[in-house]
Design a protein around this ligand. Structure first.
Ligand SMILES: [Fe+2]
Ligand SMILES: [Fe+2]
Length: 373
């Protein structure tokens, strides 16, 4: 039974116990104790001070416990470096039998202390990790703050750029609109310069331009090309500014000489316009507007594909307008005659697609000029 208690104490609490007598001799029954303190096992009594040199000088206190004057005496945290380092507490406890002995109890703290050391180490490591974590968090906070700051700066920069782009776009739009207005004003001024001088051409260019644009639109030409046709129509006879007005307004047949002067107007028009940077070859359209597909036109007698498609449209519009519209000094043959004329020469002098489209526009009523007078 006693051995069972000893085993239990040993297993559960790492405790060895023995007896100490008046002569300070000690006896441990459990051989495991001697193994624990790294000594050869001793059966029976042996010298206490030899077995526990740590209690040298404490004999008096131990004696008091053996006498029963004192209930107990402890020597704690004994560290012994035998084969392995061990730690233990020593307790001397009064024996209730009063037989001149006291109990000696050795409590092995080695594992406990090692556990504590490991725990302390772990605790230290955890603290280090916690510290690092705090530092990392602070770093992250700083990075976050820097990111937020740079994001704010980027947003501000974006806003300022957008504002600048917006402002610049507005300025460009204004300047583009101004250029367009200036351009159209220039075209009109050129047109009026001729028309104010000469009643014959008054309104003629504008009306040719209107009809040519209607034909070009019907043929599916794009807006840009259409605008070029419109501008060229408005300026096609600008070269007549150099033709004496009496030649232009002369009723009846012109002399060969007079006619040869009039025939200079495409070339003169080209000279006037060739240095103006139009986005379309306006000067070239003007130069070609009296050329005919069969080569019977002037000034160069160009044929077929040598004449641009835009010019062929202008030519048909020019011929129809000139024949269809009466002037103060001259009665015209009329629109029907004009349409018969272009039909007769369709595919010969005039482009057949343009002729067909022009006739259709008038016959269906899709196009008509505003009254001239
Ligand atoms: Fe002309
Ligand atoms: Fe004309």
């Amino acid at each position: 039974m006693k051995d069972d208690v000893g085993r239990l104490l040993l297993d559960r609490f790492r405790i060895y116990h023995g007896l100490v007598d008046r002569d300070l001799r000690v006896r441990f029954r459990n051989p495991a104790f001697f193994a624990y303190i790294g000594r050869d096992p001793v059966k029976g009594w042996t010298d206490l001070l030899d077995l526990f040199p740590e209690v040298v000088g404490l004999e008096k206190e131990i004696g008091l416990v053996i006498e029963g004057t004192r209930s107990d005496y402890s020597v704690v945290s004994v560290n012994r470096d035998s084969s392995e380092e061990i730690f233990f507490n020593l307790y001397f406890i009064r024996n209730s039998n009063a037989d001149g002995t006291c109990l000696i109890v050795v409590r092995d703290l080695t594992k406990e202390l090692l556990y504590r050391q490991v725990l302390q180490q772990n605790k230290n490591e955890i603290e280090i990790l916690q510290h690092r974590l705090i530092e990392k968090n602070e770093d992250l906070d700083m990075t976050n703050r820097a990111l937020i700051k740079s994001r704010d700066e980027m947003e501000e920069l974006n806003r300022s750029l957008e504002k600048k782009v917006h402002e610049r776009t507005r300025q460009l739009e204004e300047s583009t609109m101004l250029s367009q207005r200036l351009f159209m004003q220039t075209v009109k001024s050129l047109m009026y310069a001729l028309e104010q001088r000469d009643a014959y051409t008054s309104g003629h260019q504008q009306r040719v331009s209107n009809l040519a644009c209607a034909i070009a639109r019907e043929l599916g030409l794009d807006d840009f090309t259409l605008e070029g046709v419109m501008v060229a129509g408005n300026l096609h006879d600008i070269g007549k500014i150099y033709v004496p007005s009496e030649f232009l307004t002369k009723p009846g047949k012109l002399s060969d000489e007079e006619f040869s002067v009039i025939r200079t107007h495409p070339r003169v028009g080209f000279e006037i316009l060739k240095d103006i940077e139009f986005p379309w070859p306006v000067a070239s359209y003007v130069l070609q507007h009296h050329e005919l597909l069969d080569g019977s036109g002037y000034p160069y007698g160009l044929e077929g594909d040598e004449i641009s498609f835009e010019t062929r449209i202008l030519t048909v519009a020019d011929v129809v307008e000139a024949m269809a519209t009466s002037r103060p000094y001259q009665t015209s043959p009329g629109l029907d005659y004009a349409l018969d004329e272009i039909r007769r020469y369709s595919g010969i002098k005039y482009d057949s697609k343009v002729v067909e489209t022009c006739i259709r526009l008038f016959k269906t009523g899709a196009f008509s000029w505003a009254p001239l007078y």
